[in-house]
Design a protein around this ligand. Structure first.
Ligand code: UDP
Length: 473
C-alpha cells in the first residue's frame, strides 16, 4: 500500500536558516514524491527571502508553505544576537507556532510533526496538539551518539581540558579531544551547549529520530544506538541530482546567487585535474589563512576553483582578502567565485579533490559525489566530520594548524600534492568511489535508506491522529 492510499499528511517545522531549511526541504520533497502530503512551516524570514528572490509565487505548490514569526522583527540581526535569537525561538516562536498549528488542525489531520533537532522545544507544541513527533537530525550519526553519551553518560568523557585525553564510545574509533564537537567544551558558548543538552533531553519525548546520514557509512555507530535511542538513517539526504536522478519536486529557497560560469570553466579543464576550495556559507577566513591557501595553491601548480564568499553584513570578524599578487597570477590557472552550485561542481568530472571545512552538508555531498578531500575543520561538528572523512571513511587527509593556529602554505601545498598524486592517492580515490556506490545503493529499492523511509511512513500511517500525548513514548 503506498502513502497515497492512506492520505498521510505531515507537518514539518524549522526556522528559516539555510543550513536547517535545506535538509527539511530535501526530506519534504522525498515525502511528496512518495505520495505524502506535506505542510512546511517556517519563520517569516523565509517568506521575506523568497519574495526578494521572487521564488514564492513561482514555486511548485506540492509543498504547502506556512509561516510564523520567530518573535523578532525582520530587521533584527540574528547572527550578531544569537543568544537572544535562540531564546526567542524557544519561547515566542513556540507560542506563535502553536497558534499556527491550532489553525492548521482545523482542516488537516497530521499523522506526524517533524521538527528540526536544533529546535527541540517544538516537540512540546506537537504534544500539546496531540500530534506524534519526529526529529530530523541533520548531522552525522556520530555527532548524535557523542551528544547523547555526553549528556546521558558523562563519565565516559574524561577531563576535556586535557589535550591528551581519549574518549572511547560504542561503535567509534578512539577519539582524541580534538576530534570531539566543540559544543560540548566548557570554553564554548553556553547557549550552544544548552541547546545540545535540550536536544538530548527531548529525545525521550519523540517517537522517531531520523538521520540524514547513510547507514552503511556509520553502521557501527547506528547499531550501537539501537538499544538506546535509535536513529533511523534515511540518507544520503542530498539533491537527487547528486544521485544521478531527476528533481521531481522543484522547490528552492536560495540565499546567494551561484556564479555558474565556473561550470563552463570546469568544462575546459582536464578530467580529475581541478582542486576545489570552499569553506561553506559561514566561515570567515583570516588574512593569514587566505595568504597561506593562496601560496599553497600557487606552489602546487594545480588548476583550482576557490569559493571565497564575502562575509555577511554586520559580521564582526575581520575577514581576510585575497592577496593582490594572487589575483594577478591566478589568471589562466584558477578561478575565484563568491558562490557556486557546489553539487554541480562536485559532480563535474574535472574536479579531483575538495578542500573543505567539513560542514556536514559538504561532507555528505563530497562522499556521495566520490570526491576525495583535504579536511580543514575549525569548530563544532566539523572536527568530528574531519575524523570521519579521514579515519573512518578514509577518503582524504587532514590538514593541521601550525603553532600560529593556521595551516602553513607548505602544508597546504604538501596535502594537495599528496591527495591528488601521492602514494596513497589511488587508494583514497578507490575508497571514495566505493562509498559513492554505497550511498547510491542505500537509496535504491531494498537499500537501507529506502527501507527505513518506508518503515517510517508505514508507522506514521498506522498512527491514529490526535493521540493523547507523545511525552510518555
Ligand atoms: N554551498 C553551495 N555553494 C558554495 C558553497 C557551499 O551551494 O559555493 C552549499 C553546499 O553545497 C552545502 C552548503 O552550502 O549544501 C554548506 O553547508 P555545510 O553544512 O557544508 O556548511 P555550513 O555552510 O553550514 O558551514
Amino acid at each position: 500500500m503506498s502513502a497515497d492510499d492512506r492520505e498521510v499528511h505531515v507537518l514539518m517545522v524549522t526556522a528559516a536558516m539555510q543550513g536547517q531549511l535545506n535538509p527539511m526541504l530535501r526530506f519534504a520533497k522525498r515525502l511528496v514524491s512518495n505520495g505524502v502530503h506535506v505542510t512546511l512551516a517556517t519563520t517569516e524570514l523565509a517568506r521575506q527571502r523568497m519574495l526578494k528572490h521572487n521564488t514564492l509565487s513561482s514555486q511548485n505548490t506540492t509543498i504547502q508553505l506556512e509561516f510564523f514569526s520567530d518573535g523578532l522583527s525582520l530587521e533584527f540581526d540574528r547572527e550578531k544576537n544569537f543568544e537572544l535569537f535562540v531564546e526567542s525561538l524557544r519561547t515566542k516562536a513556540s507560542r506563535n507556532l502553536s497558534y499556527l498549528v491550532s489553525n492548521l488542525t482545523k482542516n488537516n489531520n497530521f499523522s506526524c510533526m517533524i521538527v528540526n533537532g536544533f529546535m527541540p522545544w517544538w516537540v512540546d507544541v506537537a504534544a500539546d496538539h496531540g500530534i506524534p513527533a519526529a526529529m530530523l537530525w541533520n548531522q552525522a550519526s556520530a555527532i548524535y551518539s557523542i551528544y547523547y553519551h555526553y549528556f546521558k553518560h558523562p563519565n565516559l568523557f574524561p577531563d576535556l581540558e586535557n589535550p591528551n585525553g581519549i574518549v572511547e564510545l560504542p561503535g567509534m574509533p578512539l577519539l582524541k579531544i580534538e576530534d570531539l564537537p566543540s559544543f560540548i567544551f566548557p570554553t564554548e558558548n553556553a547557549c550552544m551547549t544548552k541547546l545540545v543538552s535540550e536536544f538530548v533531553q527531548y529525545l525521550d519525548k519523540v517517537k522517531w529520530v531520523l538521520g540524514v546520514s547513510v547507514y552503511e557509512l556509520e553502521k557501527n555507530i547506528v547499531n550501537s544506538m539501537a538499544s538506546l535511542t535509535p536513529i533511523l538513517s534515511i540518507g544520503p539526504l542530498v539533491s537527487p541530482f547528486l544521485l544521478g536522478k531527476e528533481e521531481t519536486v522543484p522547490f528552492k529557497v536560495d540565499m546567494w546567487t551561484a556564479e555558474d560560469y565556473c561550470i563552463e570553466w570546469l568544462d575546459n579543464q582536464l578530467p580529475s585535474s581541478v582542486f576545489y576550495v570552499s569553506f561553506g556559507s559561514m566561515k570567515v577566513l583570516s588574512q593569514k589563512q587566505m595568504d597561506n591557501i593562496a601560496t599553497g595553491l600557487k606552489k602546487s601548480n594545480k588548476p583550482f576553483l576557490w569559493v571565497a564568499k564575502p562575509p555577511e553584513k554586520g559580521c564582526e570578524m575581520k575577514a581576510g582578502e585575497l592577496p593582490s599578487w594572487f589575483l594577478e597570477e591566478k589568471e589562466g590557472i584558477g578561478l575565484v567565485v563568491k558562490w557556486c552550485s557546489q553539487e554541480k561542481v562536485l559532480m563535474h568530472q574535472a574536479v579531483a579533490c575538495f578542500m573543505t571545512h567539513c560542514g556536514w552538508s559538504s561532507t555528505l555531498e563530497t562522499v556521495v559525489a566520490g570526491v576525495p578531500v583535504i579536511a580543514y575543520p575549525e569548530w563544532t561538528d566539523q572536527l568530528t566530520n574531519a575524523k570521519l572523512l579521514t579515519d573512518v571513511f578514509k577518503v582524504g587527509v587532514r590538514i593541521r594548524n601550525g603553532e600560529d593556529g593556521v595551516a602553513s602554505a607548505e602544508d597546504v601545498e604538501r596535502r594537495i600534492v599528496e591527495v591528488i598524486d601521492g602514494p596513497g592517492a589511488v587508494e583514497i580515490k578507490k575508497r571514495a568511489m566505493e562509498l559513492k556506490e554505497a550511498a547510491k545503493e542505500a537509496m535504491e529499492v531494498g537499500g537501507s535508506s529506502e527501507h527505513n523511509f518506508n518503515q517510517f511512513i508505514d508507522e506514521i500511517a498506522r498512527k491514529p491522529c490526535h493521540t493523547e500525548s507523545t511525552h510518555d513514548v
